[in-house]
Design a binder for this molecule. Structure first.
Ligand code: S3P
Length: 259
Protein backbone atom coordinates (compact mmCIF):
# COMPACT_ATOMS: atom_id res chain seq x y z
CA UNK A 1 0.00 0.00 0.00
CA UNK A 2 1.49 3.35 -0.93
CA UNK A 3 1.67 6.34 1.44
CA UNK A 4 -1.48 8.01 0.09
CA UNK A 5 -3.58 4.88 0.46
CA UNK A 6 -2.41 4.51 4.05
CA UNK A 7 -3.53 8.06 4.88
CA UNK A 8 -6.90 7.41 3.20
CA UNK A 9 -7.35 4.29 5.25
CA UNK A 10 -6.74 6.33 8.41
CA UNK A 11 -9.33 8.87 7.30
CA UNK A 12 -11.80 6.07 6.70
CA UNK A 13 -11.21 4.81 10.25
CA UNK A 14 -11.91 8.31 11.54
CA UNK A 15 -15.18 8.34 9.54
CA UNK A 16 -16.19 5.02 11.13
CA UNK A 17 -15.51 6.43 14.58
CA UNK A 18 -17.46 9.62 13.77
CA UNK A 19 -20.44 7.62 12.46
CA UNK A 20 -20.53 5.46 15.55
CA UNK A 21 -20.18 8.41 17.91
CA UNK A 22 -22.81 10.43 16.07
CA UNK A 23 -25.32 7.57 16.20
CA UNK A 24 -24.62 7.22 19.92
CA UNK A 25 -25.03 10.98 20.38
CA UNK A 26 -28.41 10.92 18.57
CA UNK A 27 -29.58 8.10 20.83
CA UNK A 28 -28.70 10.23 23.86
CA UNK A 29 -30.72 13.07 22.36
CA UNK A 30 -33.71 10.74 22.18
CA UNK A 31 -33.08 9.72 25.80
CA UNK A 32 -33.05 13.37 26.82
CA UNK A 33 -36.38 14.13 25.21
CA UNK A 34 -37.93 10.96 26.69
CA UNK A 35 -36.60 11.93 30.13
CA UNK A 36 -37.90 15.49 29.84
CA UNK A 37 -41.34 14.26 28.79
CA UNK A 38 -41.56 11.61 31.51
CA UNK A 39 -40.39 13.88 34.29
CA UNK A 40 -42.13 17.09 33.26
CA UNK A 41 -38.79 18.88 32.75
CA UNK A 42 -38.97 21.96 30.45
CA UNK A 43 -38.23 20.98 26.85
CA UNK A 44 -36.75 24.34 25.90
CA UNK A 45 -33.60 25.23 27.82
CA UNK A 46 -31.78 27.93 25.85
CA UNK A 47 -29.30 28.51 28.70
CA UNK A 48 -28.11 24.88 28.35
CA UNK A 49 -27.14 25.48 24.72
CA UNK A 50 -25.09 28.55 25.69
CA UNK A 51 -23.42 26.60 28.51
CA UNK A 52 -22.62 23.70 26.16
CA UNK A 53 -21.06 26.01 23.55
CA UNK A 54 -18.97 27.78 26.20
CA UNK A 55 -17.61 24.45 27.46
CA UNK A 56 -16.79 23.41 23.89
CA UNK A 57 -14.98 26.69 23.21
CA UNK A 58 -12.87 26.15 26.30
CA UNK A 59 -12.05 22.58 25.29
CA UNK A 60 -11.03 23.73 21.83
CA UNK A 61 -8.99 26.72 22.97
CA UNK A 62 -5.61 25.28 22.03
CA UNK A 63 -6.86 23.21 19.10
CA UNK A 64 -5.48 24.33 15.70
CA UNK A 65 -8.84 23.47 14.09
CA UNK A 66 -11.03 25.09 16.75
CA UNK A 67 -12.99 27.21 14.27
CA UNK A 68 -13.66 24.34 11.88
CA UNK A 69 -14.57 21.91 14.66
CA UNK A 70 -16.93 24.43 16.24
CA UNK A 71 -18.63 24.89 12.88
CA UNK A 72 -19.19 21.13 12.59
CA UNK A 73 -20.41 20.81 16.18
CA UNK A 74 -22.83 23.71 15.72
CA UNK A 75 -24.23 21.80 12.76
CA UNK A 76 -24.48 18.64 14.85
CA UNK A 77 -26.34 20.52 17.60
CA UNK A 78 -28.76 21.86 15.02
CA UNK A 79 -29.37 18.39 13.63
CA UNK A 80 -29.91 17.11 17.16
CA UNK A 81 -32.60 19.74 17.61
CA UNK A 82 -34.32 18.28 14.55
CA UNK A 83 -34.16 14.80 16.06
CA UNK A 84 -35.72 16.29 19.19
CA UNK A 85 -38.48 18.01 17.20
CA UNK A 86 -39.22 14.81 15.28
CA UNK A 87 -39.83 12.91 18.46
CA UNK A 88 -42.12 15.69 19.67
CA UNK A 89 -44.22 16.42 16.60
CA UNK A 90 -45.02 14.43 13.49
CA UNK A 91 -47.24 17.14 12.07
CA UNK A 92 -47.27 20.82 11.12
CA UNK A 93 -47.89 23.38 13.84
CA UNK A 94 -50.47 25.85 12.52
CA UNK A 95 -50.37 29.07 14.54
CA UNK A 96 -53.58 31.07 14.38
CA UNK A 97 -54.87 34.11 16.21
CA UNK A 98 -55.69 37.76 15.86
CA UNK A 99 -53.19 40.23 14.42
CA UNK A 100 -50.56 40.89 17.07
CA UNK A 101 -51.31 37.69 18.99
CA UNK A 102 -47.65 36.69 18.58
CA UNK A 103 -47.75 34.17 15.70
CA UNK A 104 -44.57 35.37 13.95
CA UNK A 105 -42.60 35.69 17.20
CA UNK A 106 -43.62 32.22 18.40
CA UNK A 107 -42.88 30.76 14.98
CA UNK A 108 -39.36 32.26 14.93
CA UNK A 109 -38.59 31.06 18.45
CA UNK A 110 -39.82 27.50 17.81
CA UNK A 111 -37.96 27.49 14.50
CA UNK A 112 -34.75 28.43 16.29
CA UNK A 113 -35.08 26.25 19.37
CA UNK A 114 -36.26 23.10 17.58
CA UNK A 115 -34.63 23.75 14.20
CA UNK A 116 -38.05 23.31 12.58
CA UNK A 117 -38.80 24.81 9.18
CA UNK A 118 -41.02 27.84 9.48
CA UNK A 119 -43.17 29.66 6.98
CA UNK A 120 -45.32 32.75 7.16
CA UNK A 121 -48.44 32.70 5.01
CA UNK A 122 -48.55 36.48 4.61
CA UNK A 123 -44.92 36.53 3.43
CA UNK A 124 -45.67 33.77 0.91
CA UNK A 125 -48.58 35.77 -0.48
CA UNK A 126 -46.48 38.95 -0.66
CA UNK A 127 -43.79 37.07 -2.55
CA UNK A 128 -46.25 35.45 -4.95
CA UNK A 129 -48.12 38.67 -5.71
CA UNK A 130 -45.01 40.85 -5.72
CA UNK A 131 -46.62 43.54 -3.57
CA UNK A 132 -47.34 44.27 0.11
CA UNK A 133 -50.60 43.07 1.73
CA UNK A 134 -51.99 46.62 1.94
CA UNK A 135 -51.50 47.01 -1.82
CA UNK A 136 -53.13 43.63 -2.54
CA UNK A 137 -56.20 44.75 -0.57
CA UNK A 138 -56.26 48.15 -2.35
CA UNK A 139 -55.72 46.74 -5.85
CA UNK A 140 -57.74 43.51 -5.84
CA UNK A 141 -59.85 43.64 -2.67
CA UNK A 142 -60.15 41.41 0.39
CA UNK A 143 -61.86 38.50 -1.40
CA UNK A 144 -58.87 38.10 -3.73
CA UNK A 145 -56.52 38.08 -0.73
CA UNK A 146 -58.66 35.44 1.02
CA UNK A 147 -58.53 33.25 -2.10
CA UNK A 148 -54.73 33.50 -2.08
CA UNK A 149 -54.75 32.45 1.58
CA UNK A 150 -56.88 29.41 0.82
CA UNK A 151 -54.58 28.39 -2.07
CA UNK A 152 -51.47 28.74 0.09
CA UNK A 153 -53.02 26.48 2.72
CA UNK A 154 -53.55 23.78 0.11
CA UNK A 155 -49.90 24.12 -0.98
CA UNK A 156 -48.72 23.86 2.61
CA UNK A 157 -50.25 20.42 2.97
CA UNK A 158 -47.21 19.01 1.18
CA UNK A 159 -45.05 20.00 4.14
CA UNK A 160 -44.51 18.26 7.42
CA UNK A 161 -43.01 19.27 10.74
CA UNK A 162 -43.19 22.89 9.75
CA UNK A 163 -44.31 25.81 11.91
CA UNK A 164 -46.82 27.83 9.92
CA UNK A 165 -47.65 31.36 10.97
CA UNK A 166 -51.13 31.81 9.48
CA UNK A 167 -52.76 35.09 8.55
CA UNK A 168 -55.07 36.43 11.27
CA UNK A 169 -58.18 35.94 9.14
CA UNK A 170 -57.51 32.42 7.94
CA UNK A 171 -60.19 30.94 10.21
CA UNK A 172 -62.96 32.83 8.42
CA UNK A 173 -63.47 30.05 5.87
CA UNK A 174 -64.56 26.52 6.80
CA UNK A 175 -62.44 24.99 4.02
CA UNK A 176 -59.32 26.63 5.51
CA UNK A 177 -60.00 25.13 8.94
CA UNK A 178 -60.48 21.72 7.32
CA UNK A 179 -57.21 22.05 5.39
CA UNK A 180 -55.23 23.26 8.41
CA UNK A 181 -56.29 20.20 10.38
CA UNK A 182 -55.41 17.69 7.64
CA UNK A 183 -51.69 17.65 8.38
CA UNK A 184 -51.43 19.94 11.34
CA UNK A 185 -52.48 20.76 14.84
CA UNK A 186 -54.00 24.19 15.22
CA UNK A 187 -52.63 26.38 18.01
CA UNK A 188 -54.66 29.46 18.91
CA UNK A 189 -52.60 32.29 20.40
CA UNK A 190 -54.68 34.79 22.33
CA UNK A 191 -54.06 38.20 23.89
CA UNK A 192 -56.22 40.96 25.33
CA UNK A 193 -57.25 43.86 23.03
CA UNK A 194 -54.99 46.13 25.10
CA UNK A 195 -51.94 43.88 24.59
CA UNK A 196 -52.72 43.54 20.88
CA UNK A 197 -53.04 47.30 20.51
CA UNK A 198 -49.64 47.83 22.16
CA UNK A 199 -48.07 45.29 19.80
CA UNK A 200 -49.57 46.57 16.54
CA UNK A 201 -50.08 50.29 17.11
CA UNK A 202 -47.01 51.38 15.12
CA UNK A 203 -47.58 49.03 12.19
CA UNK A 204 -49.02 50.23 8.91
CA UNK A 205 -48.95 46.83 7.24
CA UNK A 206 -52.37 45.65 8.34
CA UNK A 207 -55.09 47.03 6.05
CA UNK A 208 -57.92 46.07 8.40
CA UNK A 209 -56.45 48.19 11.18
CA UNK A 210 -54.96 51.07 9.26
CA UNK A 211 -57.99 53.39 9.62
CA UNK A 212 -59.11 51.75 12.86
CA UNK A 213 -56.14 51.65 15.17
CA UNK A 214 -57.84 51.60 18.57
CA UNK A 215 -58.43 49.21 21.46
CA UNK A 216 -62.19 49.50 20.87
CA UNK A 217 -62.01 48.45 17.22
CA UNK A 218 -59.64 45.58 18.02
CA UNK A 219 -61.97 44.41 20.81
CA UNK A 220 -65.02 44.47 18.52
CA UNK A 221 -63.33 42.61 15.61
CA UNK A 222 -61.89 40.12 18.08
CA UNK A 223 -65.36 39.51 19.50
CA UNK A 224 -66.77 38.95 16.00
CA UNK A 225 -64.07 36.39 15.19
CA UNK A 226 -63.84 34.72 18.58
CA UNK A 227 -66.18 31.87 17.69
CA UNK A 228 -64.21 31.09 14.50
CA UNK A 229 -60.89 30.98 16.35
CA UNK A 230 -62.31 28.67 19.01
CA UNK A 231 -63.86 26.43 16.38
CA UNK A 232 -60.48 25.94 14.68
CA UNK A 233 -58.28 25.56 17.75
CA UNK A 234 -56.87 22.26 18.98
CA UNK A 235 -55.14 24.01 21.85
CA UNK A 236 -55.17 27.60 23.18
CA UNK A 237 -52.21 29.53 24.60
CA UNK A 238 -52.69 32.97 26.08
CA UNK A 239 -49.71 35.23 25.53
CA UNK A 240 -50.46 38.16 27.87
CA UNK A 241 -47.59 39.02 30.21
CA UNK A 242 -45.58 35.90 29.39
CA UNK A 243 -42.07 35.55 28.03
CA UNK A 244 -41.59 33.90 24.66
CA UNK A 245 -39.98 30.93 26.40
CA UNK A 246 -42.98 30.50 28.72
CA UNK A 247 -45.40 30.73 25.80
CA UNK A 248 -43.53 28.13 23.73
CA UNK A 249 -43.07 25.78 26.66
CA UNK A 250 -46.81 25.92 27.37
CA UNK A 251 -47.53 25.33 23.69
CA UNK A 252 -45.27 22.24 23.55
CA UNK A 253 -46.72 20.88 26.79
CA UNK A 254 -50.31 21.28 25.58
CA UNK A 255 -49.58 19.84 22.13
CA UNK A 256 -47.77 16.77 23.42
CA UNK A 257 -50.57 16.22 25.94
CA UNK A 258 -53.23 15.82 23.21
CA UNK A 259 -51.20 13.32 21.16
C1 S3P B 1 -55.44 39.77 8.63
C2 S3P B 1 -54.29 39.54 9.32
C3 S3P B 1 -52.96 39.79 8.76
C4 S3P B 1 -53.00 39.70 7.22
C5 S3P B 1 -54.05 40.59 6.67
C6 S3P B 1 -55.46 40.24 7.22
C7 S3P B 1 -56.73 39.50 9.29
O1 S3P B 1 -52.05 38.82 9.26
O2 S3P B 1 -53.20 38.39 6.80
O3 S3P B 1 -53.71 41.90 7.01
O4 S3P B 1 -57.77 39.41 8.60
O5 S3P B 1 -56.74 39.33 10.53
P1 S3P B 1 -51.38 38.92 10.73
O6 S3P B 1 -52.38 38.40 11.70
O7 S3P B 1 -50.20 38.02 10.63
O8 S3P B 1 -51.04 40.34 10.97
Amino acid sequence: MDGLEKIRENISKCDDAIIETLAERMRYIQDIIAYKKENGVPILQPEQETKQLNILRLKLKENPFSEEILEVITHIINTSKKVQAKSLFSYNIMLIGFMGAGKSTVSAYLGHMLAMDEVEMDAMIVQKEGMPITQIFETYGEEYFRNSESNILIELQKRNQTVVSCGGGVVLRDENIKNMKKHGRVVLLTASPETIFERVKDSTERPLLNQNMSVEFIASLLEKRKERYLLAADIIVNTDNKTIQEICEELIGKLTAID
